[in-house]
Design a protein around this ligand. Structure first.
Ligand SMILES: [Zn+2]
Length: 395
């Protein structure tokens, strides 16, 4: 069995030698994204005089050492033991979506009208190969989710007849409802309907009917007729590494956060928003193959070449499920958040069942001079998206 030593704690609490240490604390911790919280400040604490070039390192207090031999100190019998720090500290409940700043203005939306029926319609030149018929989708459950930004969204979970994955629609705006969810099911009770989310208004303890009471019905009816035009829509493909594991190889996590921010902005409340979250990891090749592609990228390939070397198409994603889900949510006209003009026809479906009225650009935050992902890998990834995959960003 490996023996724990005091090496690791020593490094963690002492840091590098003092002169470099303070610079490191200034520069490096400030650059860390906010989800590395609380910020580590090990080096700053090693010297009281930042100008001193040769301040001696403080000895490591013995309580800092990881010593498995020493007994755990027990408090004296009558000593008052303070309670442990609350889990509800800022470190555990960040005030904003991790990784991105929340303030901003939806008015800055960089949108252009598009029309896929004419060549100069701003929808790229390629025609995606689409399945002839749309898949059948069914929303099986919906739930209200309060978010860290303070707004609420409704998570809709879908099943379909082409794969066994649980695709999601993240819906901003109470007026956007799923037809397949709201449709009555044989033999179900009012409680069944409320449990699967097919209710109007708000749930509260003791509620017995899925239909809202009179007073609520009025506001629900008002909410059902939005005057904000087509909703903002983002089609997002699952990216475990970028959304969950803090990867800076791509900008997926940032794009998902930015889409949610724009959709939940007060200026967008009348139109609402829908993020269709498709479970097609790694441009559709799966997480295992995506990790192999990362190794190929470290060996010198770009993201497109790596997929081709693994005998996968550069982009194996399909969007028929998204088209079907948008129709189920009652929105055949949308404003699409994307930099990829070829996504427009793919989302519109084989018979143009959904129509994209506007394309709204997603500018990487770091390019706008705001915080955002900055890494050698993400720059190369964005460059490949633009040069090889037809994404519309000024480079
Ligand atoms: Zn990604």
């Amino acid at each position: 069995m490996p023996q724990f030593t005091s090496e690791t704690p020593q490094l963690a609490s002492a840091g590098s030698p003092a002169p470099a240490a303070d610079t490191w604390a200034e520069d490096t911790t400030a650059q860390l994204p906010s989800f590395y919280s609380p910020q580590s400040q090990p080096a700053r604490e090693t010297t009281s005089d930042p100008t001193s070039a040769s301040a001696p390192l403080k000895p490591i207090p013995s309580t800092d050492r990881l010593d498995l031999q020493s007994p755990i100190p027990t408090p004296a019998k009558d000593a008052v033991v303070p309670p442990p720090p609350s889990l509800l500290s800022p470190a555990f409940t960040p005030p904003a979506t991790p990784g991105t700043p929340t303030p901003g203005n939806a008015q800055r939306l960089n949108s252009v009208s598009v029309d896929s029926t004419i060549p100069e319609g701003g929808c790229g030149t390629k025609r995606p190969r689409l399945l002839e018929t749309l898949p059948e989708v069914q929303c099986i459950v919906r739930a209200r989710i309060p978010t860290v930004s303070g707004t609420e969204m409704f998570l809709h979970l879908y099943t379909n007849n082409v794969d066994n994955k649980e695709h999601l629609a993240i819906v901003f705006g109470p007026h956007i409802r799923s037809r397949s969810l709201d449709a009555p099911r044989e033999g179900e009770t009012e409680m069944d309907r409320m449990i699967r989310g097919a209710y109007t208004g708000k749930l509260y303890p003791g509620r017995t009917t899925s239909r809202a009471a009179e007073s609520e019905a009025g506001s629900a009816a008002a909410a059902a007729k939005p005057a904000g035009g087509p909703p903002l829509v983002r089609i997002h493909s699952e990216c475990y590494t970028g959304e969950t594991a803090w990867s800076a190889r791509c900008d997926c996590g940032e794009q998902l956060d930015e889409a949610a921010r724009l959709m939940s902005h007060p200026d967008n409340s009348a139109a609402g928003g829908i993020i269709i979250y498709l479970r097609q990891e790694g441009r559709g090749i799966g997480l295992g193959e995506k990790l192999k592609a990362y190794n190929l990228q470290d060996l010198g390939s770009d993201t497109v070449e790596a997929n081709l070397l693994l005998r996968h198409p550069a982009d194996a994603r399909s969007y028929g499920l998204a088209t079907a889900m948008l129709l189920d949510l009652g929105h055949p006209e949308v404003r699409l958040l994307t930099n990829n003009p070829e996504k427009i026809r793919a989302v519109e479906g084989p018979g143009r069942e959904v129509v994209v009225k506007e394309r709204v650009a997603m500018v990487p935050l770091s390019w706008k001079g705001e915080k955002g992902i900055r890494s050698r890998e993400v720059e190369a990834y964005l460059e490949t998206k633009i040069k090889k995959m037809g994404h519309m960003l000024d480079f």
